[in-house]
Structure formats: C-alpha cells, structure tokens
Write a protein that binds this ligand. Sequence first.
Ligand SMILES: Cc1ncc(COP(=O)(O)O)c(C=O)c1O
Length: 350
Amino acid sequence: MEFELRPIKAVPPAEIDFDSLGFAFIPTEKMFVARYAGGKWTDHGLIAVSEFWMHPAGGALHYGQAIFEGTKARLTRDGEIVLFRVEDNARRMADGCRRLMMPVYEEGKFVDAVTQTVLANKEYMPTADQGAMYIRPVMFASGPVLGVKPADEYLFLVFVSPVGPYFKEGFKPIKLKISKEYHRAAAGGVGCVKAAGNYAAGMYPNSLAKEDGYAEILYLDVDNKHFEEVGAANFFLRKGDELATPSLDDKTILPGYTRSSVLQLAADEGLSAVARDVMLEELYEADECLCTGTAAVITPIGLVEVDGKEVTVGDGGVGKYSQIFYDKLNAIMLKEAPDKYGWVMTIGKK
Ligand SMILES: Cc1ncc(COP(=O)(O)O)c(C=O)c1O
C-alpha cells in the first residue's frame, strides 16, 4: 500500500462489557480501505484498523472535502446480521461526493464494503437488546492541494464499533431549543449532504443548547419562519391526522432514511404524511413532535424552547405515533415484522 499505517490494538470482544455500551469508538479488528489516485479507485480491502499519516496539504484538512455516512447492523433474535436501507446510504454518499467534487465510490461496491467490514468484525456484534454495530463509511481528500480546488487523491474507509441502545433509561421525550441566531444551512449550500463541515458548524450552537439543559438545537430556515431539522435528525410535527415533515426542496435538509421510512409508515397508519414547509407557529397547536435518525430511530420531543419561553408539545409525553413508529421500525429492523418495502438486507449469521 502506498500510504503508511500504524495499526491500532483491537479490544478483544471478551474484554468488552456489552451490557453497558455507550456511543464511543471501540477499536475492532478490521476496516475497509480504498484509495483514489491517478483517476481511479483501487480497493485495498480489509486491513487492521489503523492510523495513517496525512500530507500536510491534504485537501480534507484545508478545504473540507470530507463526507461520511452512518448506519447500523443489528442482530436478530435468530442470530442473523441485518442491515437497514444501506443502498440508500450508498446513494446519499454518491450524491454528496458529486456536490463536493469528490470521486464517487460506486454504490454497489459501497454496500459490499459495508458488508465485508461488518462480517469481518462480527464477534463484536451486540445482541438486539445490548445495542447495534454502528457502521461509519467515510471519504476524504488525502492528496495535497494549495489553491482551492478538488484534490487528486482520496481515501474511502469503513470502520465499525459496537454501540449501546440509544435510550438507556427507556424511551423518553427530549427537550430542544430553537435558535434564531444560528442556522444549519441555506438554500444552495450543502445542508442536503453529509459534509463533515456541517457537523463542525453545529458544534458551537449545540454546546450552547446543552449548557442551557437542552438536548440539541432545532434549526429553522434562515428567515426563522419554518422548521428545518435537528443537528443530526429530521423533524416531524403531527396535528390530528396530518404528519408533516419539512420538505427537501430547498436542499437545506439531509434526506434521512428514517425520515422516508416514517413517511411510509405514517401513510400505512392512515395518516396524511406530507413533506411541506412546517411553520414555527404550528408548534403551539401540535399534538406531537418527533425526530428521526439512524442513532435513535425515533425520538419524541416533549418540550421546545423558543424566544426564551418553553412550549410543551402535546402533553409533554411520548406521542401516540412516536411509539407506534418506534415499535414498528424496530420490529422491521429485527425481522420481527414483515419487511414490505425491502428495507432489510440479511448479510450473514453471527
Ligand atoms: C443532519 C442530519 N439529519 C438527519 C439525519 C437522519 O438521517 P438518517 O435517518 O438517514 O440517519 C442525520 C443522520 O444521519 C443527520 O446527520
């Protein structure tokens, strides 16, 4: 291989307390590596999870050509290892690469790389109750650039880490804070792709929300008129029989796969499931609000702070449909309910 690696010592599975996993990287055995140079991708396949050296002028370091994905493998109660909508992660990364002028890693190969990495580390797979195997595909410009332009060399990696259940103390509503000062994205920008820089930009406003006792910022559009999304999750608001989520038309919002799954499940429940501008004023009349994403699947929102005042959403508890979507999605993900839409891919057994 044409880059220098320093293997990181894997933690043997026998030394991991799988019953108290959090969300932090535990070094597993293998990661997948592909390198783009000379105008083409070369797969180096599975190697020991390693550190590697970066060129000081590496494009990702200066100009932020870096993008990632996040998905999970779960273990069914029959011992099958399953992925959820992973082709959609592949497509989203490809779309993001085009937007950031990075070379697309072919979608079928992306799915294959994820599969190989999970299976190579299957001894680290927690049970369904203990958590999941979190999968992190990431691509960044490794080659040197000085002027602002796309780099000539890139690395694509996939690594995995066991993670705990998102709701350790049960499924409870969270408190969010609306910021009229900080915004996540503007039309024409890169809000709709998983550019690494989007998350850097969110860290400061997020820290302010946390200091005040809120879980995250609930972002509005740049004119502070309608909802956009939460730092790393999509937003939904239900009033009566309508479940609405902000539309993707302005390209300011990440098209989450939990989001599109919930739109489908809501329609199946007989709700009118719509993507449209969801106005800030609607919060005061909402029966229920929730956010969706790979990490938590569904997170009910019990309270929102806006303009210094706290607004209780519905009765402040877990909304009726939040519970239904949470139970249904988890059942589908664990092959305990019919997979009508072909969202689940079985890749092997533990
Ligand atoms: C900004 C942002 N919005 C929404 C989501 C939810 O997307 P998904 O449901 O595909 O995980 C994520 C997480 O990936 C995110 O980072």
